[in-house]
Design a protein around this ligand. Structure first.
Ligand code: ADP
Ligand code: ASP
Ligand code: MG
Length: 421
């Protein structure tokens, strides 16, 4: 018994039948004596469809109007899910993000939650109701609707669990946990019983869609442990168990693995600034401008300086989300006049393949094994970066899936992964 926050993603509410199943799952949780707050996403691919509809009107929609449009998807979901609960005789009420007290900054399409005023939710819970909250949305100081970035309902759920000091936070999706790789790409991928915030953070940053990156940052910041589960699994009142992947601050000793998972990000762009002057302050100048434009940079590699005509020069390569390419190129082109002779080139036919694990830095030969897997398939590596718990390689997009499977096989992640000594 306690306060439970459950989140259901778009795939869990893609059809009327799925809304009914989700409602039964919620009703069961409530019957166990819990207070239940549910965060729900827009049904199926509705958010993508809404983006397409905006594109049919304009190439450059205003971010504010996009938020007004995109927030409608979640609003449809909360109403339908609440109706499905009423059909089961469960007292429930739907709340939009603003009604539920989500206050955000005013960065439309990528807003950050600054506070959740939980008074209304608490009143509804005290009245014995299940509260169904629209994920992905809030309101800024000007009273305008904002959205939290793609996949943002995960962040809504984790933040709500933190602000309500929930006893349990369950993220239901269309897979029964976090796997050693996307099971849609690697059929032999293995479900992990437990994974640390840091590993999920790195997997999310590496492109594993299962949890939104920002939501895991919030979980780590607020210490919200949560579980990833399948909404498609048998219902508890049909004898099904609630079994998924626990995302925890600290792994239990027998869950330490050298490599936990492999991820691929196909939505990246590779930009290179060629022939920059090789002197202090140049990288700062370029990356400050990109940062000011709110572009998240990922792999950053600077080549060793080479001497020529106007003095030593260096090339700086980086990757960013493909959606940010246009803005990043605008920023780079604006900078070029400051650096005579420099030019910018880009490539979108690339994908990033990464391995993630708590033993990556502390075990010899991990990088070599990854490179060996790619070499055996004759896959060229175009950029390499590494951190304590991650190694990423940029490869041709056409070879990415093969690369993921080869690396997954090389580390034998489909079997029991080697335990760190
Ligand atoms: P939701 O609609 O519930 O938010 P998402 O589509 O955002 O669901 O995320 C679930 C999907 O994430 C799965 O269908 C799976 O294909 C993908 N995925 C990618 N990497 C992983 C992984 N390592 N483990 C589990 N699922 C993954
Ligand atoms: N509906 C939003 C999206 O598709 C938010 C979410 O599903 O988490 O990005
Ligand atoms: Mg999602």
């Amino acid at each position: 018994m306690g306060l439970v926050v459950q989140k259901f993603g778009g795939s869990s509410v893609a059809t009327a039948e799925k809304y009914r199943r989700v409602a039964r799952r919620i009703a069961w949780k409530k019957r166990q004596g819990n207070d239940v707050v549910v965060v729900v996403s827009a049904p199926g691919d509705m958010t993508d469809d809404l983006i397409e509809r905006a594109r049919s009107i304009t190439d450059r929609p205003s971010a504010r109007e996009m938020d007004v449009l995109l927030a409608t998807g979640e609003q449809i979901s909360i109403a339908l899910l609440t109706m499905a609960l009423h059909e089961l005789g469960v007292d429930a009420v739907s709340l939009t993000g603003p009604q539920a007290g989500f206050q955000t900054d005013d960065h439309h399409r990528a807003a950050r939650i600054v506070n959740i005023d939980t008074a209304r939710i608490r009143r509804e819970l005290a009245a014995g109701r299940v509260v169904i909250v629209a994920g992905f949305q809030g309101m800024d100081d000007h009273g305008d609707i904002t959205t939290l970035g793609r996949g943002g309902s995960d962040a809504s759920a984790i933040a709500l669990a933190a602000y309500l000091s929930a006893d349990q936070c369950q993220i239901f999706t269309d897979v029964d946990g976090v796997y050693s790789a996307d099971p849609r790409i690697v059929p032999t991928a293995r479900r992990l019983d437990e994974i640390s915030y840091d590993e999920v953070l790195e997997l999310a940053a590496a492109g594993a869609q299962v949890m939104q990156l920002r939501s895991v940052e919030l979980a780590k910041q607020y210490g919200v442990e949560f579980e990833v589960l399948s909404s498609l699994a048998p219902l508890p009142d049909e004898g099904g168990e609630e079994r998924g992947t626990k995302v925890v601050a600290k792994l239990s000793p027998n869950n330490h693995r050298i490599v936990s998972g492999v991820a691929v990000d196909s939505k990246v762009a590779h930009i290179t600034l060629l022939g920059l002057p090789d002197r202090p302050g140049v990288a700062y100048r370029a990356f400050k401008a990109l940062g000011d434009a709110r572009i998240n940079l990922d792999m950053i590699v600077q080549s060793a300086g080479t001497g020529c005509g106007n003095g030593p020069t260096a090339d700086i390569s980086f990757t960013c989300a493909r959606d940010d390419l246009e803005t990043a190129l605008e920023v780079c082109n604006r900078l070029l006049p400051e650096f005579p002779g420099a030019r910018v080139v880009y490539d979108t036919d690339v994908a990033k393949v990464s391995i993630v694990g708590s033993g990556v830095a502390s075990n010899y030969g991990v990088a070599a094994r990854m490179f060996e897997a790619l070499a055996e398939k004759d896959i060229n590596i175009e950029l390499i970066t590494g951190s304590e718990i991650k190694i990423s390689c940029l490869v041709r997009a056409s070879r990415a899936m093969e690369a993921v499977r080869a690396v997954h096989d090389k580390f034998e992640l489909g079997d029991v992964a080697p335990i760190v000594q």
